[in-house]
Design a protein around this ligand. Structure first.
Ligand SMILES: Nc1ncnc2c1ncn2[C@@H]1O[C@H](COP(=O)(O)OP(=O)(O)O)[C@@H](O)[C@H]1O
Ligand code: SF4
Ligand SMILES: [Mg+2]
Length: 373
């Protein structure tokens, strides 16, 4: 089983706003079972931004939807999701409805699919306020204007009477954020919130998220493909691969010394000569494996140049990387042969480069000890 105790990076006595432990989600049909999420754990502290990254299909959205209690009935959920001390896994839908939008809220990639085209944006923000906070129509409208201002929409008193199609994509996303934060939720999950937007607009949206965490202390889970967004906006990063958490670290540590070969592959391709300016997750040779089984092995092994019999014979748990001077104990990787802090990634964890092993490679102590357990 995966190790689960993960400290928030901010030194705060506050409880985590959201605490996910050993979360698993599988989808069952007559013909197959898909293990979309397999033993994922994380905490997000108030005012912290946790980025969740990984290739498409790695379970990022399913993890988010589980936290929102929005998975379809075909989903089987295991583990625990605690929001301010309340358990959400297994909670009745009626309870979840009270929490959703009020204590935990979500913004999606494409605001047009979430906004109602026939209602003004003021009405849509107002409805959330009326439902959760019992505000009168007039008070809800006044508060909606404040919220539009908070998310940086110019001339909010006029804009409030407009319809979604009258706004640009970036402005619509700001409206979605206004709706999401209308009730000052403790946790905001933003699932690819800037993917559909151009870079300048994207920067504006990230600024809004930053100001929310600073002004309201919102804990933010930022799901993204975009490593530039991660570098700009996150405090800490969770790297997911094939439904599992493979690395978790403060953002600086991850970019400076990613330990998992998958992380190195993601970062290496961005930093490689010719890769400059490329902000989206790069292609890593090979395919994300089928999620039909939960192998007792490292699921990255078929794509990893460091793989050996240990990797294909047992599953690596998420564990603290060895602590060099100044290293943060909250840096964890699920790998039998993680890169050392100072180790160059000549092989980037993928393909067939020269292995510049400096002591944590295949067959060395950490892996051998673990494998023997
Ligand atoms: N409702 C569903 N029924 C069956 N499989 C699903 C469902 N939703 C997601 N999946 C599967 O779960 C896996 C993870 O999906 P997702 O979380 O959307 O990936 P990501 O957001 O990382 O791109 C994928 O293999 C996807 O096909
Ligand atoms: S070295 Fe082994 S455990 Fe680590 S990512 Fe590669 S295959 Fe997985
Ligand atoms: Mg997704």
């Amino acid at each position: 089983m995966t190790e689960t105790v993960l400290e928030p990076v901010r030194k705060t006595s506050a409880e985590p706003a959201l605490s996910v432990r050993d979360l698993s989600v599988s989808f069952h049909s007559d013909t197959r079972t898909v293990h979309a999420v397999d033993g994922v754990s994380y905490d997000v502290a108030p005012g912290e931004v946790l980025a969740v990254v990984g290739e498409s299909g790695c379970g990022k959205s399913v993890t988010s939807m589980a936290a929102m209690g929005l998975l379809p009935p075909t989903a089987r959920i295991g583990g625990s999701i605690r929001l301010g001390g309340r358990e959400l896994v297994g909670a009745p839908e009626k309870e979840l409805q009270k929490v959703r939008g009020k204590d935990i809220a979500m913004i999606f990639q494409e605001p047009m699919t979430s906004l109602n085209p026939v209602l003004t944006i003021g009405r849509q923000i107002g409805e959330v306020l009326r439902r959760h906070q019992g505000l009168s129509r007039k008070d809800a409208k006044a508060r909606a204007v404040e919220l539009l201002e908070l998310v940086g929409i110019p001339a909010p008193a006029r804009r409030i009477d407009e319809y979604p199609h009258q706004l640009s994509g970036g402005m619509r996303q700001r409206v979605m954020i206004a709706i999401a934060v209308a009730c000052d939720p403790a946790v905001l999950i933003a699932d690819e919130p800037t993917t559909a937007l151009d870079v300048t607009v994207q920067a504006g949206i990230l600024e809004v998220l930053q100001s929310l965490r600073e002004r309201l202390g919102t804990a933010i889970v930022l799901v993204t493909h975009d490593l530039g967004v991660v570098a700009d906006a996150a405090d800490r990063v969770l790297v997911m691969y094939a439904g599992r958490a493979v690395e978790q670290a403060p953002v600086h540590d991850l970019f400076a010394t990613g330990r998992h070969p998958y992380t190195r592959g993601l970062l290496g391709a961005v930093l490689r000569p010719g890769g400059e300016g490329k902000r989206r997750l790069p292609e890593i040779p090979g395919l994300v494996p089928s999620l039909d089984s939960q192998p007792d092995a490292c699921t990255f092994a078929p794509r990893c140049s460091r793989a050996d019999d240990t990797c294909t014979g047992s599953r690596p748990g998420l564990r603290a990387v060895e602590r060099e001077a100044g290293a943060d104990a909250s840096h964890r990787a699920a790998c039998w042969h993680p890169y050392a802090e100072t180790q160059a990634d000549a092989d980037s964890g993928t393909g067939s480069g020269t292995d510049t092993d400096t002591g944590t490679g295949p067959g060395t102590s950490a892996a051998a000890q673990e494998a023997g357990k």
